[in-house]
Design a protein around this ligand. Sequence first.
Ligand code: ATP
Ligand code: MG
Length: 242
Amino acid sequence: RKACFRIPTGSSELDRVLGGGIESMAITEVFGEFRTGKTQLAHTLCVTTQMPGIGHSGGKVAYIDTENTFRPDRLRPIAARFNLDADAILQNVVYARAFTSEHQMELLDLVAAQFYSEPGVFKILIIDSIIGLFRVDYSGRGELSERQQKLAQMLSKVQKISEEYNVVVYITNQMTADPGAGMTFQIDPKKPVGGNILAHASQTRIMLRKGRGELRVAKIYDSPDMPESEATFAITEAGIND
Ligand code: ATP
Ligand code: MG
């Protein structure tokens, strides 16, 4: 059996409540309102994945971007913080933009094929966001059950990739009122999108909210081995930090 590993987030407090970082062979979902740091954490993970460390020799990153918010140049100051060569870091990030939910599915097949052909080289799959394109493609009335069915197919593919290739899977999710997704949206209008399908697929769920200035608060839900708890971190030029 392969041993799972963890990738640090850049924030020691967030790492602590996660038990050392984001674990491999599982899906970790981050949700929160706009500007809470979901994409900034994705950028930071592109670098921290490649840090040489205990039991972890660094590795390549597969990044699926559905929102066109990946900025390669953002990795440079983050790499500098960890004394890593930015060009080498960038070369190890295999990036793809997904344009439709179907395209996103096809990209996952390509990711699986690449992980298969380069065993042990990739350490993380990032999908930012997992659900955005589904909300566009299945926005009509009466399309919700089809959307959830397709989403379930995608998540099972993602889960299989995480276990088969022992990689971290970091996915981001949005938050809004989402009638019909099985949530009590009338009581609390802001809920993560994706309903029970997404809630049950993610082994660890992290909710982000804004704190003062560039501070953010992460609340950990549903971790298989960590208690529910909160951590405060900062978004800085050099990525997620204390
Ligand atoms: P969305 O739901 O819109 O995708 P998000 O959760 O992905 O939002 P991010 O884009 O990760 O949000 O975070 C945006 C925040 O990161 C902003 O508050 C911004 O000030 C901060 N930020 C972005 N770039 C930098 C930087 N170079 N230095 C410091 N802070 C930055
Ligand atoms: Mg974002």
